[in-house]
Ligand binder design. Structure first.
Ligand code: TXA
Ligand code: MG
Length: 344
């Protein structure tokens, strides 16, 4: 059994190591690398066999398309039809945490798009990612580098925990800056549509494009095929308590903790420092995710906080929601998908 597994190394992104990683990509192998959002699991985006390996390594359903990562516009022309709305978005937000859905060309294999006529185009704002794409000299197809269904990785160690033995190299870029995946916007219809919220918010997109639609995130047949699968889930059930006033929240948490303890359950709490400081520490496994209202740091810590419970004996997690505005929309989208139960 062990002999089938390869050795997985976490390597600093020196020039030599990036060269080695690029060589693996060119040879049709997989490499994990940092981006400004989450770590990606990369393959040569124009090599069908290589892209199929991504699905096997992650345990990902093959109808869930991959996005392509580029280092410059010239590279995109071969893969996608650059519509005028995309040109405006490139100028405003790229490189940055945005993926733009465009009509694909014949050079993009079905293994990438799951047979769709469109492809996701993204310019990561991360020096290691850009150096890797340039050195490999091809678009890099990459989903988040987690096992399918698990929280996305925002540290090299999280990638290692999920993909150890399945890939040779994880390029170490430290902790990811944003912590939630890129905003996905489809510009192939006259009115652009947000398929997945992220750090480029609806308001920011509206400033450039005018009216924008938002695809419902709980649809049975979502426009981003991946959004229908279980996502971002920790290993134990998570109950999301959506926000109300701080006093009300504290009351609900105290009540839920009491009820669960009466059922002999050990309770994990993922919440703001402010809330956790007001709860009885000896009754819970506390995981603070940031200061209340500091959405940037909550987004950056979110997935690592969820993964912290992998190593704690909590049998159920109670999580504090945030306001559904700005970056909070992306955070709540992920928390709702991670939740087995939502209480308002
Ligand atoms: O920030 C990110 O976007 C990260 C980093 C690594 O770049 N990548 C990422 O990839 O989150 P992934 O595969 O975990 O999520 C991509 C999402 C999936 O929900 C997929 O269904 C959707 O994008 N998607 C990809 N191509 C699409 C297309 N042509 N039309 C609609 N949705 C698409
Ligand atoms: Mg993912």
């Amino acid at each position: 059994m062990l002999s089938l597994l390869m050795k997985t190394e976490i390597l600093l992104p020196t020039r030599e190591n990036i060269k080695r990683a690029a060589k693996l990509i060119r040879a049709g192998e997989l490499v994990a690398f940092p981006t400004e959002t989450v770590y990606g699991l990369g393959a040569d985006g124009l090599n069908s066999t290589a892209c199929k390996k991504i699905f096997t390594a992650k345990g990902r359903p093959s109808d869930n398309p991959l996005i392509l990562h580029f280092a410059n516009l010239a590279q995109v022309e071969r893969a996608a039809k650059i519509l005028p709305a995309a040109e405006k978005l490139f100028a405003a937000f790229c490189p940055g945490p945005l993926t733009i859905i465009l009509p694909k060309t014949k050079f993009v294999p079905d293994a990438v798009t799951g047979g769709l006529a469109t492809v996701g185009v993204r310019f990561p704002d991360n020096d290691v990612a850009r150096a890797l794409i340039k050195a490999a000299d091809c678009p890099i197809a990459a989903p988040s580098a987690n096992l399918s269904g698990r929280p996305s990785p925002t540290t090299p160690q999280a990638v290692y925990n999920d993909l150890r033995g399945k890939i040779e190299i994880i390029l170490n870029g430290g902790n990811c800056q944003f912590g939630v995946e890129s905003t996905i916007v489809d510009v192939t219809s006259p009115v652009a549509e947000i398929l997945r919220p992220g750090a480029v918010t609806k308001e920011m997109l509206e400033e450039i494009l005018g009216e924008i639609k938002v695809a419902p995130s709980n649809a049975a047949k979502p426009r981003a095929p991946g959004m229908k699968y279980t996502h971002y889930a920790p290993k134990v059930p998570l109950t999301l308590i959506e926000t109300s006033t701080p006093d009300e929240l504290e009351k609900i948490f105290r009540r839920e903790i009491k009820n669960l303890r009466a059922e002999n359950k050990s309770v994990g709490v993922m919440a703001s420092h402010e809330l956790i400081n007001n709860l009885d520490a000896e009754k819970i496994f506390p995981v603070p995710y940031g200061r209340r209202g500091d959405l940037k740091s909550i987004a950056a810590n979110l997935y690592e906080s969820l993964r912290t419970f992998d190593d704690l004996p909590a049998q159920i997690i109670l999580a504090e929601g945030v306001d559904d505005n700005g970056l909070g929309v992306a955070i709540m989208n992920r928390l709702r998908k991670a939740a087995t139960l939502i209480k308002a």
